[in-house]
Design a protein around this ligand. Structure first.
Ligand code: NAP
Length: 507
């Protein structure tokens, strides 16, 4: 671990009351314990030393929302290596240092010399943290900051000046007092992580930039959002296990598979994934509806963990998820999945625009929600601002006021059943009647079970996650068992880091 990163981590954990850093081969993991900041992975290298393979590995193993990644390299580099579900702070941070002098702080021994009239400054030390507080004439907070000396180093943290009190030298005053306090304990170097604004101030005080910092937060993969990645997105470790071709190769020592002896060919672009999952060509008599399901399951058959599927998914699964959406005319989904997973409209994705246009498709697939109750929040973006109007599939007996609410929000309500519920076969026909023949369903299990029972499912794209969860989670298809098991044939099987991505077609 680079010694400046080490120094920053050691002081930061004390400053924030975080858990002791746990050493990892690539840096440290720190438990923070806040809702929006559960824990953080800090890579130990700086600059060019931060390697793509390491960033991909560390980020790829994150599955829970609220986990941060700190990498001391430019966001322009690092963001391209993060998978879906990662939010990257567009503003870089800066790891900075300053030599500390054991001289009295500028502005007088107590810093009052530069204090505007009526302002007050106080400082105190508790639990190894020295805080400086500047209050305005009315007693409100004007500026603050804190430092944690850890021997020869001192980390400076949480420097803030309230907007109404900026441009009065208060930030500089706080910094000088903190530096003087740290130097008085014997610290000889200050370390901090700065925002771009902070950097400008600190440079005037003698601080210098040691490395650029990328801050990224995993927000949880909810849909096909691939925030920082476009067509450049590649899957370095993917290999085809079936059918056996020259694409089936052992994983190379570096962790990437190579295909056909062509270096770098082990990477799968989004286009290659799209080709691997292309819908069948229309039959000579014209297109007929083709319904595929895309589901993820653990080894022991769980279709969710704690009510969501993303804890059992991974970045590549989500990329396939997004690609399958990009190939579909419509995405059919049960209302409970919409409610539980907070469904948003499918995004228009530039990397698939040409393919969709050539296939005569709208810019994004429509989402079709299957519901009897219409107990849905029609003020959500899924209904109010989709690229393509959202469909609501329901029965003829649906409550008229709910139908009116759906239509008012902009949804198109399609009746596909005589009673309260939807008849699966009729739903497929109704969608085909609207020109949607490339159908994708994302479940959930209760809906998928009915599609299976009605024998309208043509294909299952199943991700098997190398995880065991035990418990009583639903399987991918629920409801009454079919009298005779339906046989499906394996079309293809891809593998990456133990996840199996299978494609099965009705035999
Ligand atoms: N592992 C995976 O790949 C995967 C995929 C998707 C979801 N999931 C998980 O599965 C869970 C939700 O699935 P689920 O099986 O409970 O629910 P679901 O199938 O998503 O939705 C069930 C709801 O859909 C509506 N519905 C279903 N069949 C209908 C019919 N024939 N006619 C009219 N409406 C119908 C009803 O909505 P109303 O109540 O509004 O009438 C019903 O309550 C979540 O935990 C989710 O995370 C996992």
């Amino acid at each position: 671990m680079h010694e400046i990163v080490r120094a920053w981590v050691d002081g930061w954990v004390v400053s924030r009351g975080a858990a002791p850093p746990q050493p990892r081969p690539w840096g440290v993991t720190i438990d923070v314990g806040d809702v929006q900041h559960v824990s953080r992975h800090v890579l130990g290298a700086i600059g060019e030393g931060v390697q793509e393979t390491v960033v991909r590995k560390v980020a790829g193993e994150v599955t829970g929302a609220g986990i941060w990644l700190k990498a001391f390299r430019d966001p322009a580099d690092v963001s391209a290596w993060l998978g879906p579900g990662w939010w990257v702070d567009p503003e870089p941070g800066y790891l900075m240092t300053v030599p500390l002098e054991p001289a009295p702080g500028a502005g007088g021994p107590d810093g009052r010399g530069t204090l505007p009239d009526g302002y007050a400054v106080r400082d105190w030390t508790r639990g190894g943290v020295t805080k400086v507080l500047v209050t305005a004439p009315d007693g409100s907070l004007a500026a603050r900051g804190q430092t944690v000396p850890t021997g020869a180093q001192a980390v400076v943290d949480r420097i803030e000046t309230a907007p109404a009190h900026r441009r009065r030298g208060l930030g500089g005053l706080v910094m000088r007092r903190l530096q003087a306090a740290a130097a008085a304990t014997g610290a000889r170097r200050g370390v901090l992580a700065a925002t771009p604004d902070g950097r400008a101030l600190y440079e005037t005080l003698g601080w210098r930039v040691e490395a650029v910092l990328t801050s990224a937060k995993f927000t949880g993969v909810e849909d096909d959002t691939v925030p920082q990645l476009t067509g450049r997105a590649r899957l370095p470790g993917m290999r085809r296990l079936f059918p056996v071709t020259d694409q089936t190769a052992p994983t190379a020592p570096g962790g990437s598979a190579e295909r056909g002896g062509d270096p770098g060919a082990g990477e799968w672009s989004l286009d290659e994934i799209a080709d691997a999952y292309a819908y069948p060509e229309p039959a000579p008599g014209g297109p007929r509806p083709y319904l595929r399901a895309n589901m993820v399951s653990t080894l022991d058959g769980a279709a969710q963990h704690e009510g969501r599927s993303h804890p059992i998914s991974n970045a590549t699964d989500m990329r396939i998820f997004g690609t399958l959406r990009a190939l579909a005319d419509v995405v059919v989904v049960g209302a409970e999945t919409v409610r539980q997973e907070g469904y948003r409209p499918a995004r228009v994705r530039a990397e698939f625009a040409a393919r969709r246009e050539a296939a005569g498709q709208t810019t994004a697939p429509a989402i079709a929600v299957v519901t009897a109750s219409l107990d849905l929040d029609f003020s959500l973006p899924l209904f109010t601002s989709p690229a393509v109007p959202t469909l609501v599939l329901t029965g003829a007996a649906a409550a008229p006021d709910r139908v009116a609410a759906a239509e008012k929000a902009g949804a198109r309500v399609v009746t596909a059943g005589d009673g309260g519920g939807v008849d699966p076969a009729r739903a497929v026909r109704a969608l085909a009647g609207l020109g949607h023949t490339r159908l994708l369903t994302e479940g959930g299990p209760r809906l998928l079970g009915q599609l299976v029972a009605a024998e309208v499912l043509d294909e299952l794209c199943l991700t098997v996650a190398p995880m065991l969860t035990a418990g009583a989670a639903q399987r991918i298809a629920g409801g009454p068992a079919v009298p005779v098991p339906h046989r499906f044939a394996l079309v293809s099987l891809l593998e990456e880091e133990g996840f199996l991505y299978g494609r099965y077609r009705r035999a």
